[in-house]
Ligand binder design. Sequence first.
Ligand code: GDP
Ligand code: IMO
Ligand code: MG
Length: 423
Amino acid sequence: MKVDVLLGLQWGDEGKGKIVDVLTPNYDVISRFQGGPNAGHTLEFNEQKYILRSVPSGIFQGGKINIIGNGVVLDPLLFKQEAEALAASGHDLKKKLYISKKAHLILPTHRVLDAAYEAAKGAGKIGTTGKGIGPTYTDKISRNGVRVGDILHDFDTIYDAAKARHEAILKSLHYDYDIRELEKQWFEGIEYLKEFTLIDSEHVINNYLKEGKTVLAEGAQGTMLDIDFGSYPFVTSSNTICAGCCTGLGVAPRNIGEVYGIFKAYCTRVGSGPFPTELFDETGDKLCEIGHEFGSVTGRRRRCGWIDLVALKYSIMLNGVTQLIMMKSDVLDSFETIKACVGYFIDGEETTEFPYRMDDSIRPIYAELPGWKTDMTEMTNEDEFPEEFNAYISFLEEELGVPIKIVSVGPDRAQTIVRYTEE
Ligand code: GDP
Ligand code: IMO
Ligand code: MG
């Protein structure tokens, strides 16, 4: 068997959590492969709403194995809070969640370093989620990281050495902090982590594939936040693209199967950085209001704008997307006209190619389509789609060159329409 991958094609928050939950019945194993508690994946069903940060979105459908892979960075304190809250609502993870020993730990001082680096950047700050993601991946790459498997052997020595190194950096930055309480809770998180099954996930996953089990890999963030190909430096610190699944789980490229690319029918971004189609007018406010565009982790208002097909095409290319999933089309239900960016003006030149440097000088070139002005939130079948909506879908498929197989018309699990497949 192969690993199917679901990933965000924009700047995150495309609705990955919802769709992983929807697809979970088709799989035996659901696995996260990168990112950490910077993610906030929302799921809604039976009038309940859950926000997952480190835990894969496959935990709500019975009998599935969930894995936190080696490419993930894990904060034991936040993980304990998340897992305990889930247990309190009847979802005990201990039997269905395995954690890779090679995943890296986010230390309390990583969180402080994240804040200190942001403060040092001043107006040029990234607008991180403040969860210590960047400093933890930095330590991983510079071969100074602390891994989940380390908690089983001589952990205090490893922890103290890492902390001392961080303290020296923080001193040089003249950054004041007090982590005593945080550290206490963090060590409680470490003890809690020991109650879970810690595994060599690369072996486990490859054995599952050999046994014929089906695996779905759940991306976090989005392609425009990828450390190599996103709007650098305003990105996260991991490879959010499909290739990240190979390194983040130990799966060979030839064992990747379907690649589900998920995008909103418009576009949002949280944090700083360029966003060519951003709207600063009442249309942007309307998207934010109707779409409830506030960060699920930080509560920050998400910046809103029209869909950007130049960026989407780039994302599709980088990931080898085989099927598209369009989210939040219901948010556009009341719009008279809908715009889609089909090109950029850069230094007076027109281009449809994603540039080396994405910056604020880029001007979008728009195609305009008529809105469908129909409430689609109760629809369950594509036969009910209004004509203008079908035209929007055809336009996007034509531009992007990949079929849109699923359309989401509301946050609930049930508000998902799988389109007929014409092979
Ligand atoms: P993720 O990080 O990609 O999992 O996405 P988030 O959960 O951060 O953000 C997506 C938000 O949109 C959540 O609040 C979802 O409940 C909501 N959502 C998902 N799909 C739809 C949809 O089709 N329509 C509407 N209106 N909301 C949706
Ligand atoms: P999900 O998985 C949206 C953004 C932050 C910031 C940049 C770097 O829910 O889609 P970091 O804390 O990772 O160093 O922040 O990346 N960011 C996200 N934006 N959704 C996310 O995750 C994000 N995770 C990080 O806002 O701009
Ligand atoms: Mg999110």
